[in-house]
Design a protein around this ligand. Structure first.
Ligand code: GLA
Length: 372
């Protein structure tokens, strides 16, 4: 294993173990997690692998096979860039009173670049999972996910919800993870596309609109303001949508319309899966995309073109996935239509002078685990 060889070469000894945590794709339930709502992501076959050995002092030595120079971090505030996602997890666990010392780590990631498939969550979760085992902390998978989210919120400073870390920590092969983000209750739902002659294609736009970085926090704020106006704890609690909309205006109104209907779409999709009607979920994916585009306003031209051209090419449904403003779209496609969808999307991008998006199928993979 590459990561073990690199560990030996870097530190002149064997790691104590090797762990892997996957990225995720979200089937449906977008921008609902921080509204106490429902999500349905699954863990993907790509992620982050870490070889780790604990140290007797508080130093963290860190090398990534994807990023430049090895780092030696003596105090946590020295961490910069991607290293903050690693160091943040040490910080959270120490703050919680766990006896975590330093460690030597080598990290190897294969989440496609720019795909918006949560490589950062995978990095946090792999570190959390390794430390949990190495120190016998006895944390549940969900507790590891929560520690990872806290690292991202409070150490890295990104106000993300719990979806990505939970999918990475709790995913199961062949299953999607249904999660109630209020109770944190989860259920692994069988999601076997091959059995139905279907594929879920990821269309990686390869773009990330930097200008949009503050937009995530603004959407959260819109939702919190709307909930306050409506006198509910979170938008999850809105039951009378028409009544709620009549009390709101502008952005708060649009965001509420999205979040409330998106929660219903998650439940409807689960219902179809339970009934064994996977081929019928496409229209829910389409509706989710339109809502994200028009009400939540987190799509972008590259995502819209990916979705529209996939549908023109014969996809049963398609939508942007993840936070938005770039990253990936997903398309549900019958086996015999895969080539025509590829051609349609590739042509639509070429016509606009955009570089061809990568397109590849994703199947639900296992969540975080020890490999060695
Ligand atoms: C990002 C965040 C998640 C979630 C999605 C939108 O991926 O990290 O918590 O809010 O956006 O659904």
């Amino acid at each position: 294993m590459r990561v073990v060889e690199a560990f030996r070469e870097s530190y002149g000894m064997e790691p104590l173990g090797v762990w892997h945590a996957p990225g995720r794709v979200n089937l449906i339930g977008e921008h609902t997690d921080y509204n106490d709502g429902f999500v349905l992501p699954f863990a993907v076959p790509w992620g982050v692998t870490a070889a780790v050995a604990p140290r007797a002092d508080d130093v963290i030595r860190l090398r990534s096979l994807q990023a430049g120079e090895p780092l030696t971090i003596e105090t946590l505030d020295q961490a910069e860039g991607w290293a903050r996602y690693v160091v943040g997890v040490f910080w959270v666990l120490r703050e919680a009173g766990h006896p975590i010392r330093g460690a030597d780590l080598v990290i190897d990631g294969d989440v496609p670049q720019g795909a918006g498939l949560s490589s950062s969550a995978a990095l946090e979760v792999v570190v959390g999972t390794a430390l949990n085992e190495l120190y016998g902390l006895g944390l549940t998978r969900m507790e590891v996910a929560l520690a990872a989210q806290k690292a991202e919120n409070d150490f890295v400073g990104v106000p993300c919800g719990i979806m990505d870390q939970a999918a990475s920590a709790l995913g199961e092969q062949g299953k999607a993870l249904f999660m109630d983000c209020r109770s944190l209750g989860t259920r692994n739902v069988p999601f076997d596309l091959a059995q139905h002659g279907l594929q879920l294609l990821i269309i990686n736009t390869g773009v990330h609109h930097e200008l949009a970085d503050g937009q995530y926090a603004r959407r959260r704020q819109d939702c919190e303001n709307a909930a306050k106006h409506l006198g509910v704890e979170a938008l999850r609690d809105v039951t009378d949508l028409a009544g709620a909309l009549s009390k709101l205006r502008g952005d708060e109104r649009k965001r509420t319309q999205h979040v409330v209907t998106e929660n219903h779409r998650v439940e409807a999709l689960i219902g179809l899966l339970r009934a064994g009607a996977v081929q019928e979920i496409g229209s829910l994916l389409n509706a989710s995309h339109l809502s994200l585009r028009d009400q939540y306003e987190v799509s972008c031209a590259e995502l819209d073109v990916a979705v529209e051209s996939a549908i023109r090419g014969g996809a049963r449904g398609a939508r942007m996935t993840g936070g938005g403003f770039g990253g990936s779209a997903i398309a549900l496609v019958a086996d015999e239509r895969v080539e025509s969808v590829r051609e349609s999307v590739t042509r639509a991008y070429a016509e606009r002078g955009w570089s061809a998006p990568e397109i590849y199928p994703a199947t639900p993979a296992a969540g975080a685990r020890r490999l060695v």
